[in-house]
Write a protein that binds this ligand. Sequence first.
Ligand SMILES: *[C@@H]1O[C@H](CO)[C@@H](O)[C@H](O)[C@H]1NC(C)=O
Ligand SMILES: *[C@@H]1O[C@H](CO)[C@@H](O)[C@H](O)[C@H]1NC(C)=O
Ligand SMILES: *[C@@H]1O[C@H](CO)[C@@H](O)[C@H](O)[C@H]1NC(C)=O
Ligand SMILES: *[C@@H]1O[C@H](CO)[C@@H](O)[C@H](O)[C@H]1NC(C)=O
Ligand SMILES: *[C@@H]1O[C@H](CO)[C@@H](O)[C@H](O)[C@H]1NC(C)=O
Length: 291
Amino acid sequence: MLFCWAGVYVRAASAVGIATPVAYKLRRGAPGVVLARGMNFAVGGSGVLDTGYFQRNLSAQIDLFQAHLRGCSPTGGGVALVVVSGNDYAAVVEKDNDTSAAMAYIPTVMRGLREQLRRLRDEVGMRKVVVTNLHPMGCTPFFTRKLNYSRCDPVANAGSDKHNAALRSVLAALDPDNRTFLLLDLHTPFTDFIDDDDHHPSSSNNASARSSKTKTKTRFPMQQQRRLRPCCESFSVDGYCGQQDDAGKRLYTLCDEPEQHMYWDDVHPTQAAWAAVADTFRAAIHDFLST
Ligand SMILES: *[C@@H]1O[C@H](CO)[C@@H](O)[C@H](O)[C@H]1NC(C)=O
Ligand SMILES: *[C@@H]1O[C@H](CO)[C@@H](O)[C@H](O)[C@H]1NC(C)=O
Ligand SMILES: *[C@@H]1O[C@H](CO)[C@@H](O)[C@H](O)[C@H]1NC(C)=O
Ligand SMILES: *[C@@H]1O[C@H](CO)[C@@H](O)[C@H](O)[C@H]1NC(C)=O
Ligand SMILES: *[C@@H]1O[C@H](CO)[C@@H](O)[C@H](O)[C@H]1NC(C)=O
């Protein structure tokens, strides 16, 4: 997914509090002041490659961005945020019911991502591109439900680790001096918030690793179960949040305190989780954009 603040000559001061950019779909008729915030080309369910959800892939999103820029190239150099959250892998898991097939897909996704990142810099002319890494996928309720929400799925988490290691290599090769690209580490804060002192659900944050770093107490006040259990939970494993039967009766339960949950549904974090995670990298984005 591609979010762009092209042509918003993001001043260091505003980097921390950028208003939500207008969605590409709503661009017509948007007032100039809103358009000046940049544009959001992201499409739900999309991936670097075609996911089979019939959504615009990353390359098609950048095509639209490029077409939109024609005639008004970002003279100050634009800023783009590229978020890859695992839809490419989810599509494979859904199709083959096999996490290892998704692992095998990592190099293909990386080749596609590398090409699109290169293109954003070399062809579209972005001055700064922020790229997120993958959160611990095995801790999403999609995986933890099978484990009674007691721990994360180590195989899926190993997949996130592998994707993230590959992404580091891609960026190191594309941009050895870290001039254009910032790797925004979502994985560490998600893991830190999910993990706690009594349970060690995460494969990538074991006890000795934890004790070797200064213990930053989790700012996410919830019990272990709520970290791994969604606020909105379908009755059936094959169901989904928001599902209704023919009579319009809800086929899901909703929690009372979404802000106490890390995940909203089987794959999406809550607003509260995102706010807590974003807090951890505000300074890094600020520093990166002011250089
Ligand atoms: C991305 O989407 C475009 C337009 O639908 C398609 O032509 C292209 O093959 C897709 N690319 C990948 C890598 O899936
Ligand atoms: C998916 O695979 C698991 C074991 O790997 C199996 O328990 C489950 O029933 C399978 N689900 C479907 C829908 O085939
Ligand atoms: C989850 O709980 C059910 C019912 O208590 C139990 O039968 C099952 O073995 C548990 N599964 C795991 C992976 O802990
Ligand atoms: C670039 O950033 C990575 C972390 O994303 C870091 O490991 C590496 O040392 C940095 N390289 C330079 C030249 O600063
Ligand atoms: C735990 O973390 C330590 C320190 O990072 C590492 O050396 C060790 O291999 C890890 N152990 C496991 C089982 O992941």
